[in-house]
Ligand binder design. Structure first.
Ligand code: UN1
Length: 460
């Protein structure tokens, strides 16, 4: 029988290959490593349409969005390849005469990269490319649901000239992931996925003191003030809540609206969401695809029931879509719950589906309090025309990402990405912050006095 998943032995072999390749890859000058990455970025750009179509076929999001996913991988690869000529450290004056002091970034070794299915090329690029430019080698385990996009990405790296053993891909579930987390030779684990699995990753990696970068759940809020430009806010909530079928960790799954504009907002938001065209992501007219899998759809349906039991009101959707073309996928109506209270589970737990909970507030302070009162801290946004409110919210929302007059999704690759509380563990990917995950500092002192110079603290 043909094996579809890597065995534990395969994972062990991949780690060994990465370990061997590290011995030479770390010594390739960073600008040279970067040349290969620039070439890879170019190749992905040339194949963007094919890769996007493959991705829509394998995970269902609409073509416009899979093109965006591939574009994000292109952008990240170009951006990080540029780091090959920077990777800045510091040079500082020494306390002593004839002594030179500086810091450099050094690679760590083999990196275990574990990625989800919702951004099948973008998220692997956020992790693999900075790992490589810093001089590490990689064992990459993509989600079992999106292996084709992962293979497309890895093949491009190979074709661009990244040497054998530098990037190794394995498939499979928790069994294989566990090996990456526990193996002595793996020095960094970078994981994006659920908070539940992130906790397991962290526990498995703790005994060997690995550096662990976790990017987990979200319950992101859009706050709409009574002075907001309402049409803009409605448009932002439609895109932020239902883009990628709500399957983004940055999804705008909570909306809190000032009571003075609540009814107006809700009626316009409902009208727009009712009109969303749901279906096959490969069809250009379709705006929202299916859930990724049967179990994800079950989760969505379970939360719709929970919301109803809690007393929230379904104002749009609420049902699975069946029959006709819908019989061939895991489709659910885009769903809005109104009259949600902040203590309900649908307002606190990540659903990862096309369900948005709308709440009411009386002031900015109350909106901020609701915004912060969840376990997660990835992204938040405010719609207002009052600059004082915008800056207050910007300061007081304890999240890793904040937007003004824009929804909670749409992060750019050259700023840090990540969140606080149960969303992350203090690290960031993307931007130059990613370099701190995939390198560590070495401080270097060069004494050119020809004699023993004791450090200042040792001479007093
Ligand atoms: C994710 O949902 O896991 O900011 C990543 C965004 C995208 C990335 C989302 N650039 O919405």
């Amino acid at each position: 029988m043909m094996r579809l998943e890597s065995s534990p032995e395969d994972a062990g072999r991949a780690i060994a290959a990465a370990e061997r390749a590290y011995a030479t890859w770390r010594l390739v000058p960073a600008p040279k490593r970067a040349e290969l990455l620039f070439r890879a970025a170019q190749l992905i750009a040339e194949r963007k349409e094919t890769f996007a179509r493959d991705m829509t076929r394998e995970m269902g999001k609409v073509l416009e969005e899979t093109r965006g996913d591939v574009q994000e991988a292109i952008d990240m690869t170009f951006f990080m390849a540029g780091e090959g000529r920077r990777l800045y450290g510091q040079t500082v004056p020494s306390e002593l005469r004839d002594k030179f002091a500086m810091s450099v970034r050094q690679p760590l070794g083999v990196c275990g990269i574990i990625t989800p299915w919702n951004f099948p090329m973008a998220i692997p690029s956020w992790k693999i490319i900075p790992a490589l430019v810093c001089g590490n080698t990689v064992v990459f385990k993509p989600s079992s649901l999106t292996p084709l996009s992962a293979i497309n990405f890895v093949k491009v790296l190979e074709e661009a000239g990244v040497p054998a053993g530098v990037v190794n891909m394995v498939t499979g579930g928790p069994e294989v992931g566990e090996i990456l987390c526990k193996h002595d030779a793996v020095k960094v684990v970078s994981f994006t996925g659920s908070t539940t699995v992130g906790r397991i990753v962290n526990q498995n990696a703790a005994p060997t003191f690995k550096k662990v970068h976790l990017e987990m759940g979200g319950k992101n809020i859009v706050m709409i003030m009574d002075d907001a430009q309402l049409e803009l806010a409605v448009e932002g909530c439609v895109w932020g809540g239902f883009g990628t079928t709500g399957q983004r960790c940055t999804a705008a799954s909570r909306v809190v609206v000032h009571e003075r504009v609540y009814d107006e907002f809700l009626s316009e938001f409902s009208r727009r969401v009712r009109a969303l065209r749901v279906g096959d992501g490969a069809d250009d007219r379709v705006q929202m695809g299916p859930s990724i899998s049967e179990s994800q759809l079950q989760t969505v349906m379970k939360y719709v029931e929970i919301g109803k039991e809690e007393g929230a009101k379904v104002v749009v959707g609420g049902k699975r879509l069946t029959g006709g073309a819908y019989a061939r996928g895991w489709f659910h109506e885009p769903t809005i719950f109104a009259e949600v209270s902040p203590s309900m589970r649908i307002a606190r737990e990540e659903i990862f589906g096309p369900v948005v909970s709308v709440m009411r507030c009386r002031s900015l302070d109350e909106a901020i309090a609701i915004g912060n009162d969840v376990a997660y801290g990835l992204s938040a946004s405010i719609y207002t025309r009052d600059i004082n409110k915008a800056f207050t919210a910007m300061r007081d929302l304890y999240t890793g990402i904040f937007y003004v007059n824009a929804p909670t999704i749409g992060a750019e690759v050259h700023l840090p990405f990540g969140g606080t509380k149960a969303t992350g563990n203090g690290h960031r990917e993307a931007g130059i912050a990613a370099l701190d995950v995939f390198s560590e500092w070495k401080s270097i002192y060069v004494d050119f006095s020809g004699k023993l110079q004791r450090a200042q603290i040792d001479t007093e």
